[in-house]
Design a binder for this molecule. Structure first.
Ligand SMILES: C[S@@+](CC[C@H](N)C(=O)[O-])C[C@H]1O[C@@H](n2cnc3c(N)ncnc32)[C@H](O)[C@@H]1O
Length: 236
């Protein structure tokens, strides 16, 4: 993978706050047990040890937008599907979905959820590092990326951290090549990340964007984060 230069735009104090928050997130994810479930927008999802769980606002606010925006007959690519939440919600709207992840555990977990929701005929599962195994173009690409720019200490942490934003860079750079004419990207970003950095990348790789939804949540202990769901369209 190409290396991209990244310099945090948040202060040292804010960087440390994000490091402490990352520890809270990592500890929570490590505790996920086989058979644990969660409900999002009335649909139940099985969680799996070693796989990112949709327990925070980022997954939920994105899910709300996906449920509203995905259309019958559209081709949808869900990058980093995790337990399969966004892919399943898009498929329930009648979209034809390709759900990908770099993590084998995530793909196994997503496959189980897709089967439970009886959506095997509308969701195809594919292992891919971003677009490495993606040949097609899509009407809609969905991504809930790892938010913080730290080094991942294990495979599970690759769901929430992305060293120097290599994955984010790769995604924004490549995604436009996989969009149909009039295609769009829907992705979530958080103030618990480096909020300004996504804007920089959108300018660098020439996208226009609009905020489709935003929401703040107070997780206690001074952790108040805002999530924004963006729609991105290539400028040319
Ligand atoms: C924050 S989780 C989002 C999971 C789910 N989409 C959701 O909304 O809850 C990020 C997911 O991206 C996956 N991921 C991380 N780097 C990736 C890459 N380079 N290519 C594909 N998937 C990746 C992780 O394994 C993880 O499942």
């Amino acid at each position: 993978m190409m290396t991209f230069r990244y310099i945090p735009s948040v202060s040292k104090t804010e960087q440390n706050k994000r490091r402490r928050w990352q520890e809270v997130v990592s500890r929570t994810l490590k505790k996920i047990k086989e058979g644990q479930r969660t409900k999002v927008l009335g649909s139940e999802f099985y969680l799996c040890p070693g796989v990112f769980a949709p327990l925070w606002m980022d997954s939920m606010i994105l899910a709300e937008v996906v449920r509203k925006e995905a259309k019958r007959g559209e081709s949808v690519l869900d990058i980093g599907t995790g337990v399969g939440i966004q892919a399943i919600l898009a498929a329930k709207k009648g979209a034809k979905v390709t759900a990908t992840d770099i993590s084998k555990k995530a793909l196994k977990c997503a496959a189980q959820n897709i089967e439970r929701h009886k959506l095997g005929n509308r969701v195809e599962i594919l292992r891919s590092d971003l677009f490495s195994n993606i040949k097609n173009k899509f009407d809609l690409i969905i991504f809930n990326p790892p938010f913080r720019w730290f080094h991942a200490r294990n495979t599970l942490e690759r769901a929430t951290v992305d060293r120097n934003y290599q994955v984010l860079n790769g995604f924004i750079k490549e995604a436009k090549k996989h969009l149909n004419n009039k295609g769009r990207i829907i992705m979530v970003w958080s103030s618990s990340a480096d909020p300004a950095y996504l804007q920089q990348l959108m300018r660098k790789y020439r996208y226009r964007s609009q905020v489709l939804k935003k929401q703040k949540r107070d997780y206690g202990n001074g952790y108040m984060w805002e999530n924004r769901v963006y729609e991105l369209k290539p400028l040319e």
